[in-house]
Write a protein that binds this ligand. Sequence first.
Ligand SMILES: NC(=O)c1ccc[n+]([C@@H]2O[C@H](COP(=O)([O-])OP(=O)(O)OC[C@H]3O[C@@H](n4cnc5c(N)ncnc54)[C@H](O)[C@@H]3O)[C@@H](O)[C@H]2O)c1
Length: 261
Amino acid sequence: MSEARVAVVTGGAAGLGRACVERLGEDGYRVVVGDLDRDGAESPAKELGPDVRFRPTDVAVAEQVRDLVGFAVSEFGALHLMVNNAGVSGVMHGRLLDEDFADFQHVLAVNLLGVMTGTREAARHMAANGGGSIVNVSSIGGIQAGASVLTYRASKAAVVHFSKCAALDLAEHGIRVNCVAPGGIPTGLLASATASDEMTDRVRAHMAATQPLQRLGTPRDVAEAVAYLGGSRSLHVTGTVLTIDGGTSAGPKPMRPAPAS
Ligand SMILES: NC(=O)c1ccc[n+]([C@@H]2O[C@H](COP(=O)([O-])OP(=O)(O)OC[C@H]3O[C@@H](n4cnc5c(N)ncnc54)[C@H](O)[C@@H]3O)[C@@H](O)[C@H]2O)c1
């Protein structure tokens, strides 16, 4: 039997990260979840059995990211895949004129510095051990401009560019670095970015209606892409951005004449 593959998923206690943990488990990975040390954060790892472990981690703190990678290697003996997924939206402000950038440091520390340190720490191990795969979670907000969550969009655009640069820098070590860029997918992140349940419902309806495929994406849709980019089916793929957005970033939904009545 071949050696089990080992993955780290940051932000793996909920939302898209949790779906990645489950999907990678189906491919036989042993997974370490790095997430904030909150009440109940470790419970998904417990539910998913002995091949999933939880390590309290704030990805905004470089030492904790280093500890997370070290923990995975000491628990499971290797690291083949790093999924830098943890992210925060910041407060959804209406207009730039009202923006006070109060959460600028925090959003950048989690969404960008967390991804950069996660990439570096994983790559340090992988470079010395024959290579590996790193998947960074950006967003359609890092590709398309929009008049909301400005800091979030800027952080996610930086994740795309950083990942391409890292892919070039790390290729000689057999390390692939790719991004996924999900469109709007209902998770806790959406609720935390909106001011009320009513607003959340409106955003959900807007998401489904405006995506060319006219369906709400699911965490599982993103997890499938992460599993593909993380494993041996994508050995010749690096420095790319895979959008999982129902076609939204390809262009606007076509205008069709109303059907004749
Ligand atoms: N849901 C979407 O519509 C969507 C779209 C595009 C991109 N994304 C990106 O996908 C990723 C996951 O988002 P989600 O929708 O699952 O969000 P979520 O809020 O449901 O889950 C995020 C997880 O990250 C953890 N986390 C937050 N800050 C952390 C930190 N400093 N250190 C460690 N863990 C931390 C949270 O505890 C939580 O478990 C984020 O990077 C987000 O920007 C989400």
